[in-house]
Ligand binder design. Sequence first.
Ligand code: BMP
Length: 267
Amino acid sequence: PSFLTQTYSERAKVNDNACAKKLLELMDKKKTNLSVAIDVTKKDDIIRIADLLGPYICVLKTHIDIVEDFDMELVETLKQLAQKHEFLIFEDRKFADIGNTVKHQYEGGVYKIASWSDITNAHPIPGEGIIKGLKEVGLPLNRALLLLAEMSSKGTLAKGQYTLDTIEMAKRNTDFVIGFIGQNRIYDNGDNSQDFLYLTPGVGLETKGDSLGQQYRTPHQVIVESGCDIIIVGRGVYGAKDDAEIKERAEKYRKAGWDAYLERIGQ
Ligand code: BMP
């Protein structure tokens, strides 16, 4: 059967990537396919929101280079919160350089991403060397990679043959690549040979987009119509007026995403 109609826990059993397995298991346990993008710029705000949202999310998505007062204590705290609430950390770094350069960017520099982020992502634009470089750092640490197969923004060049070639690249690197950032479940051969996870940003219930090209779809469109697995919501959640409303919004998106998943698997 297609992975589309299987439960997250069934898929966890047959996925032999430790990181993907853990993710599918905790999604099933916590009943959530919601990832929140905490795109705020102060350390204390990230920590406060992460602790607040922990119970509602399966993945905490960061943009670590927008944090004004970054220090390693921030990522240590996020790691502790990830343990406390059982979620994975995904640094949305969008690597896009040659293998040798991304290796350094992933392992070292100011942020030492590989030391704290379970999942990161890369553009396939440089060719397969980018995966090989990241893999040298990430695999020994049991990290995993997502490839950007499509984007949510208006006019994206990631489409058509580019997207199909991205999927082929992933199929050749299944020891490290666990899935995609994308808008549609493009590859599902239905024969259980390889289960890729689809994480989808550009999700909003209230608006259709922003003034800078972002385009939003609903959790139902993403999970049921497009067959993706995890909804990524940023401003739709953290852009609330206070903590109580942030929580309310997280629960609203969690429920919408989970109900859509139940509909898809026919439960
Ligand atoms: P928001 O829901 O506030 O629009 O945020 C979306 C988040 O997802 C941002 O962190 C953005 O960098 C990321 N993102 C996206 O919007 N579209 C993509 O195609 C890929 C992304 O990583």
